[in-house]
Design a protein around this ligand. Structure first.
Ligand code: PLP
Length: 458
């Protein structure tokens, strides 16, 4: 199939839309100029940058955010996927205010952490023991150290396009060409200990397991930042079998999928058990300091200083803010609510399944120029020649080689009151409380854009 749309036409449309964006975001533009002088790149986190400058958001409520120019947006990004029941839900705010009245950070063992750990072990399958961390990155760092300590093996298998945070061992093969370190300052001798394989490819995993002494296979059960791609039938179960056969641990990075696909995350949703699970985002109830890892007691016990008295015989984990009452109270209120309101999942997952079916139909009518992927409230939109099954497909099958079509969708959404992060790759992490009308607005917008692109390049 030849490129369905002329790139020059796409660029012309983007230029027109950019003009509209600039007219509406005068104050954001001024703030970006100030920000650029003091924050590298003008941003706090590069993924939040948007061309030509980001809208600066000052307020959020429910499913909406407002920028400093007063523009309102439906938020399909929800604090990087943390706000599963909308921005600042009352039940979480109340729990945090109550905890804060007794101290913001106690710095000692406290009942909040024990109660939250007990709740998590009831909700998350196989979570016999758990420890808290300050972020998903941090939880991944400690979980891999633990896996190496337990198996006494060196290598790690990760998935191409998989994002686990900026920790050295996993900051590998995130974007094309999926080889070598992803950042300046990362050492090849460290990143060589990580073997990256394509998602949904069990043969590649088996080859790597045959060749290396692998401590752990770490996988996002639904690929997140790499394109929101769902596992093919039997893939996760296949990983489970391979890990048993070759004596490696299976780690599910459920920083996105945890409490999102189901209260018990991907393990519950897909019915496959990992040895260890990494949690983040929602586990902090929408507050900073969101991270945890846990699983089989037999493995987690390697963190136990009473059993393993010599620090060198156990695996270290800790941190000033771990188990602080704010994160614990917020997370506890959130997870309790989610586990008691399972119908939220049925409604939202079915609504987004309908969205995917509807958009796929529209894409088909336009000559199969786009595809949706994902599971539940994880949604990928791809302008590719075929449905992507892994992150290589996401990039290599793109028909707009400059990424202009992906940018155009983002810009068109932005000026029509829809916001998400990822102008290079549309991956949405909506809440469970977005309504039909909001989801319908997104599909109509995509339909309008496809019509406009077809006309513009015709
Ligand atoms: C699957 C996954 N793992 C780990 C991380 C890193 O978490 P954090 O940003 O809290 O360090 C992310 C962040 O987006 C993620 O999506």
């Amino acid at each position: 199939m030849s490129t369905p749309v002329d790139e020059e036409a796409l660029k012309r449309i983007s230029a027109e839309l950019e003009k509209i964006y600039i007219e509406r975001t005068r104050r954001s533009r001024e703030l970006f100029e100030r920000a650029y002088r003091i924050l590298p790149g003008g941003v706090t986190y590069t993924v939040r940058f948007m061309k030509p400058y980001p809208p600066y958001i000052e307020r959020a409520d429910g499913t909406r955010v407002w920028d400093i120019d007063g523009n309102e947006y439906i938020d399909f990004w929800m604090g990087h996927g943390t706000h599963i029941i909308g921005h600042r839900p009352r039940l979480v705010i109340d729990a945090v205010l109550e905890a804060m009245g007794k101290g913001t950070h106690l710095g000692f063992e406290n009942p909040y952490a024990v109660e939250y750990a007990e709740l998590l072990s009831r909700v998350v399958p196989g979570l016999e023991m758990v420890r808290f961390a300050n972020s998903g990155t941090e939880a991944n760092m400690y979980v891999l150290r633990l896996a190496r300590a337990y198996t006494k093996r060196k290598y790690v298998i990760k998935i191409e396009g998989g994002w686990h945070g900026g920790f050295d061992l996993l900051h590998v093969a995130v974007t094309p060409p999926f080889t070598g370190p992803e950042s300046a300052g990362l050492l090849e001798e460290i990143t060589r200990q990580t073997i990256a394989v394509p998602f949904n490819d069990l043969d590649a995993v088996e080859q790597a397991l045959k060749k290396h002494e692998v401590a752990a296979i770490i996988v996002e059960p639904v690929l997140g930042a790499g394109g929101c791609i769902e596992p093919l039938e039997g893939y996760l179960k296949g990983l489970r079998d391979l890990s048993y056969r070759y004596g490696s641990l299976l780690i599910f990075d459920e920083v996105i999928t945890g409490f999102r696909l189901a209260p018990g995350g991907a393990q519950e949703y897909f019915g496959v058990r990992a040895d260890l699970v990494v949690l983040g985002k929602i586990v902090g109830g929408g507050f900073a300091g969101a991270g945890a890892f846990g699983g089989k007691a037999e493995i987690m016990e390697l963190l136990d200083h009473i059993k393993y008295k010599d620090p060198r015989s156990r695996s270290f984990h800790g941190g000033t803010f771990v188990g602080n009452p704010i994160s614990m109270a917020a997370g506890h209120a959130m997870v309790r609510h989610l586990s008691q309101n399972r119908s939220l999942y049925e409604r939202a997952n079915s609504m987004w399944n309908s969205f995917r079916r509807k958009v796929d139909r529209v894409c088909e009518e336009h000559g199969n120029i786009c595809w949706t992927t994902g599971a539940g409230t994880m949604v990928g939109i791809h302008f590719t020649r075929a449905r992507p099954r892994n992150s290589r497909d996401v990039y290599e099958l793109r028909w707009s080689k400059t990424g202009e079509m992906e940018y155009l969708l983002h810009l068109y959404s932005r000026i029509n009151g829809i916001l998400y992060v990822g102008e290079k790759l549309a991956h949405l992490l909506p809440s469970l409380i977005h309504n039909e009308e909001e989801v319908g607005k997104l599909s109509s917008l995509l339909e309008e854009l496809l019509a406009r692109v077809a006309k513009g390049s015709g």
